[in-house]
Design a protein around this ligand. Structure first.
Ligand SMILES: *Cc1c(COP(=O)(O)O)cnc(C)c1O
Length: 355
């Protein structure tokens, strides 16, 4: 079965085999070697200076990393502006509400791009705002939000930026040179690891002023102990094995730029193949990530018919979320996938749609 959902991904044999390594106690030096290698390789993807940045690992899915970042890096007296244009922006608002973090929202329809003028006006109107949170790739619709433009607004207004890059880290450009304080992501999306290991790439000076709203996901505590070759709790050791092997593979294959090219080529195979069958992409490639594309359900076909027909042919596609489920379906090209797989996928669509 090939997974075309936005994570967990189809594993390469190299990563799958890495799960079969020797059992490790997480209080032994062998585990800390593994942890150190993961942390170092995560910073190397975007050539980050380890004296200025820390890769903070934690056990959990991507949401754990996002929650750790939001719960820790908005100071006690801080206020968060959340840019919301999909499910994951909504999730950050729910996290902020749950922790009692002062926050304000700039909301959009799920089909809309972030409105820079409205974001800037909201920042200008409320000088209490210290941080902006944004989703880099809104997986709800496949839209790649304009992170550089939002970062520029933050720079002009002197506020810091917290980024959910769970579904873009390792495959899309991220410029860490502006006002980004932290980026949250996970092993099992564009990095091609298994679920269970997540991480936040955070500025060390932001960690130094972190607060502690959560016990298990306390980012400053994790960062401090990991710097001391320590860990507060039992980590998902096998997920760390897979993460390290996936990071080695990512580097061997040419880093994030090569992964970007590879995803872009696969996504274009799917787009052009579906276009020939009359299935339209939701929007032009320039507004989409290379990671996932949303398509309009063709008339007279339900998502269930498509899903079940493709599953019988060895592919798992993904529904639209919430209200979009009757209009859209999504295809992610993350994971160990090849052009030949996409050709078989399109052949499967052709059989189902022409029945
Ligand atoms: C997948 C994803 C998450 C996290 O989801 P989990 O199920 O917790 O891994 C968060 N943000 C975005 C944008 C995502 O695509």
């Amino acid at each position: 079965m090939l997974l075309l959902n936005p994570g967990p991904v189809t594993l390469s044999e190299r990563v799958r085999k890495s799960l079969l390594q020797t059992d490790l106690c997480h209080r032994e030096s062998e585990f800390f070697d593994l942890q150190d290698e993961a942390r170092q390789r995560l910073l190397e993807i975007y050539a980050l200076d380890p004296t200025a940045w820390s890769a903070v690992l934690m056990t959990g899915s991507g949401t754990a990393a996002v929650e750790s970042m939001i719960g820790g890096l908005v100071p006690a007296q801080g206020k968060l502006l959340i840019v919301q244009n999909g499910v994951y922006g909504e999730r950050i608002a729910q996290i902020a509400a749950q922790y009692g973090i002062a926050h304000t929202l700039v909301t959009h329809e799920w089909m809309e791009a972030p409105d820079l003028a409205r974001i800037d006006a909201a920042l200008a109107a409320d000088r209490a705002i210290t941080h902006v949170a944004v989703i880099h790739h809104e997986t709800t619709t496949g839209r790649l939000n304009d992170l550089p433009a939002i970062d520029k607004l933050c720079q002009a207004r002197g506020v810091r930026l917290l980024v959910d890059a769970v579904s873009s880290f390792g495959a899309e450009a991220i410029d860490f040179g502006g006002n980004i304080d932290a980026v949250a992501a996970t092993a099992n999306k564009c990095l091609h690891g298994v679920p269970g290991a997540a991480f936040v790439i955070a500025r060390r000076d932001a960690l130094a002023s972190a607060t502690s709203r959560t016990y298990y996901l306390d980012i400053a505590r994790h960062a401090k102990l990991q710097d001391q070759r320590n860990t507060p709790f039992t980590p998902s050791v096998h997920a760390y094995y897979a993460l390290v092997e996936a990071l080695r593979e990512h580097r061997d294959e040419g880093g994030w730029q090569a992964r970007h090219q590879r995803y872009a080529a696969l996504a274009e195979e799917v787009r052009s193949g579906l276009a020939a069958l009359g299935v339209e992409a939701l929007w032009p490639a320039a507004q989409s990530s290379v990671v996932l594309r949303a398509y309009r359900l063709p008339a007279g076909v339900t998502y269930e018919q498509l899903h079940d027909g493709l599953k019988a042919r060895g592919f798992v596609i993904y529904a639209g979320q919430g209200g979009l489920s009757s209009q859209l379906f999504r295809i992610s090209t993350m994971g160990a996938l090849h052009a030949s797989d996409m050709h078989r996928l399109i052949a499967g669509f052709r059989e189902i749609l022409h029945r």
